[in-house]
Design a protein around this ligand. Sequence first.
Ligand code: GLA
Length: 381
Amino acid sequence: MSLESMVREVFTAKFGEAPAFIVRAPGRVNLIGEHTDYNDGFVFPMAINRATWIALRPRADKRVLAISLDMDDQREFSLNDLRRPADADWIDYLVGVAWALRERGYALRGWEGVAAGDVPIGAGLSSSAALELVTARAFFEVSDFEWDAAAMALACQAAENNWLGVNCGIMDQMISAAGVEDRALLIDCRSLETTSAPLPADTAVVILDTGTRRGLVDSAYNERRKQCEAAARHFGVSALRDVDETAFAERGHELDELSRKRARHVVTENERTLRARDAMRSGEAAALGKLMIASHISLRDDFEVSSPALDAIVDCANAEDACYGARMTGAGFGGCAVALARVDSAEAFAERVSAAYKSATGNQPTLYITRASRGAETVHP
Ligand code: GLA
């Protein structure tokens, strides 16, 4: 049964009538432009065909009641009494989004509904952003405000940063809000301007989940952010986005070795991401694949956020003839890689990479052949 039918049926059984609305928001995979968003730079993700769904109806009071089929749990809260959690639970994503929207002056009404999703949790495919954006969409349907994708993404990022205490950039929320079917989205993380581009003809995007998860990712992420901010200060700019390859060549040697490597990743990654846009515009799969391979090397050697498992799965993918290029995707240290493969051999490619990676590392991977989907939306009525 599809998730849409599932949330509809459970809603109807529980509340005794059909839902007034069904909303969804997708997870994402980033094709290129990694660890650039918090440097005001460029990212190039696509929304994937895995999402979180909510079937709901408005309530007359100021309460939100949510049933999570994934968590097998029912929780509620009052919009008049939003409490910051000591330890974030799934409902705190909903509370955090309510808080962030209220902070921004949106008048919210209550609702009740049933949620379910198929974005794997903790895999680096932005299940949190999907839950945040689908919550924002639920509030949008029952309240009385305009839907603006960038404004919603910023509110959801604020929920994540200030309510849940996770210091992420804007990429995940922005692509979950603004994804375009069958296209990847170049996002300028300073202006939040977006430009969509179709994937090269005859290619498939394959997500390669290493099956490994690393606990220290938050502290390593925050450390990278600080190193980037310090490097930007050295160049006298507000963010590394403002340092191009020429400026880096002239003054990069003034930095200590570690800062130089971190900055070099961001400067070259922004450049690669813009070149990826050109490659995508002219449908050059091979050129795009090469940029993805270079991105991985830079993340591995200069930014140092890869892991043995990620390196192994990327090597297995790149060894295949059907692969144009593969790289780690998301924050790193575990989770997923992404590959651009020939569409007609994508299934065989996934099977071969899976077997090769398993025999090299002993880990059980999961491979998804994915399609670019639309961002947060209402599918019913
Ligand atoms: C995580 C964060 C994003 C981004 C990526 C790295 O997914 O949530 O904001 O910084 O890492 O590119």
